[in-house]
Write a protein that binds this ligand. Structure first.
Ligand SMILES: Cc1ncc(COP(=O)(O)O)c(C=O)c1O
Length: 445
């Protein structure tokens, strides 16, 4: 008798096929040559920013002080380590992060997710009833892809130089008419991934205002989730200091999700949420417990120690490195791709540039992509089989813009370039190869 495979939930069925980005990166990872190929596609941090010696010191101190760091190698509680929660609180207050005050933090809880900011975002996706999610376009494609698999509909509103365009959002809400009732929450990345556009303070305030008005109209809360993944990586000193969305919250609808991945180490897997106590927060805590009880207590305590002793020097060091890389990468982009460039966003925060090319397509089927992935099928461009020339990985804009949004056509000529992971000389080489790819694309058209 033929035995069928186990029946899957709707989410399970939607997850059988890898997302476009997973498929592309898996294909590269399968035969990626570390010494030759150049990865401007991944959102990995630069290895040199990871404070190895400090992490070693922190591990030692945590294990040597069991009275302060209790049972650090045992299970933790689902809200997070009390030490880490205290450290996150102090970090925000002492450094006036987001202009947060004792008063605002007294009204809001801090909880730690089981596995980075991603796990808190996933919790929101699994716990809030499906409906419409408002976000900016280009979108943080990883999370939006998850939201769609869970059953949400994405309403992606284009951003301008100041982040999600709130005038366009108002127009979109009017267009939605009665369907506004299906809006479940707003998800807004404050230093957007992929563009690194900073959400201006005036826009944050307006977004909270719009969600507040909508909540009042609908007679129920429409939460605003601000994803602050890159907010500690604002390395341009001329940028206005971001203010927390929590400052504008009248109804208890604002949640901020932060991570220590980008300033300490992704492998610690520390993401946290600051938001009002209530049913949603309670359900997220239960979800943490369901997902594995807590983030590993040992990495929470290490993070607590590092926040208490070294956070400012670490943030300064990380940002000095990215500042220098941003300036040099931008210079190469202008010198080598300038005549093919219609627009270039980023460079003030985080570690991405988001390029729009002038008349040159960048998607997986394009000549530009095939040149850089060495899949043109012509040996003089690709190199001989078994000894392909250096490949360059980037994220095509087609994966970043929402597939049913207004930016689909533009997306075909866009790409996200990360200056996080690779060192400068390799980034320079990769941008030189992009110059050749532009010439190849021009030749083939
Ligand atoms: C916008 C955004 N949110 C969240 C995350 C995930 O952070 P974490 O490592 O804490 O899961 C990332 C990671 O790159 C990101 O780009």
């Amino acid at each position: 008798m033929e035995i069928e495979t186990a029946p899957l939930s709707a989410y399970g069925k939607a997850s059988i096929a890898p997302s476009p980005v997973n498929r592309m990166t898996a294909a590269f990872a399968a035969d990626f040559r570390d010494d030759l190929d150049i990865n401007l596609g991944v959102g990995y941090v630069n290895e040199n920013t990871i404070p190895r010696a400090l992490i070693e010191e922190a591990l030692h101190e945590v294990l040597a002080n069991p009275s302060q760091y209790r049972v650090a190698l045992n299970y933790g509680g689902p809200t997070g380590s009390p030490n880490l929660i205290q450290s996150i609180r102090r970090f925000h207050l002492e450094h006036r992060i987001g202009g947060l005050t004792e008063d605002v933090l007294r009204r809001n809880a801090i909880i730690v997710g089981p596995n980075g900011a991603s796990s808190l975002l996933e919790a929101a996706a699994r716990l809030i009833a499906p409906g419409i999610v408002i976000t900016s376009d280009p979108t943080y494609y990883i999370y939006c892809n998850l939201l769609e698999r869970v059953g949400f509909e994405i309403c992606a509103v284009p951003e301008d130089a100041h982040g999600l365009d709130t005038d366009r959002l108002e127009a979109r809400l009017r267009q939605l008419g009665d369907r506004r009732r299906d809006i479940r929450f707003f998800y807004v990345v404050t230093v957007n991934n992929p563009t690194c556009t900073l959400l201006a303070n005036q826009r944050r305030e307006r977004l909270v205002e719009i969600a507040t008005r909508l909540s009042r109209d609908l007679g129920r809360q429409v939460p605003v989730l601000f994803d602050k993944a890159y907010e500690n990586l604002i390395h341009d000193p001329t940028v206005e200091r971001p203010l927390s969305g929590l400052l504008y919250d009248q109804l208890g609808i604002v949640y901020e999700i932060g991570t220590l991945s980008k300033i300490l180490a992704p492998a610690l897997r520390i993401g946290y949420l600051i938001g009002p106590p209530g049913p949603l927060l309670g359900a997220i805590v239960q979800k943490t417990s369901d997902s594995g009880f807590s983030a590993p207590l040992i990495t929470q305590e290490i993070a607590s120690y590092l926040l208490d002793h070294y956070v400012q020097q670490q943030i300064d060091k990380v940002n000095a490195g990215y500042r220098q890389k941003a300036a040099k990468t931008r210079q190469w982009i202008d010198e080598r791709l300038g005549d093919a460039l219609a627009d270039c966003k980023g460079g003030q925060a985080g570690f991405y540039f988001y390029l729009t090319l002038d008349g040159i397509e960048t998607h997986e089927r394009s000549a530009f992509f095939r040149f850089l992935s060495r899949t043109t099928g012509r040996e003089e461009a690709d190199g001989p089989p078994g000894a392909k020339k250096a490949r360059v990985v980037y994220i095509p804009g087609e994966f970043c813009v929402h597939p049913r949004g207004e930016l689909v056509e533009q997306g075909k000529r866009q790409l996200r370039v990360s200056y996080g992971f690779e060192d400068l000389p390799r980034i320079g080489r990769a941008i030189g190869l992009m110059r050749e790819a532009v010439q190849c694309a021009r030749g083939s058209s």
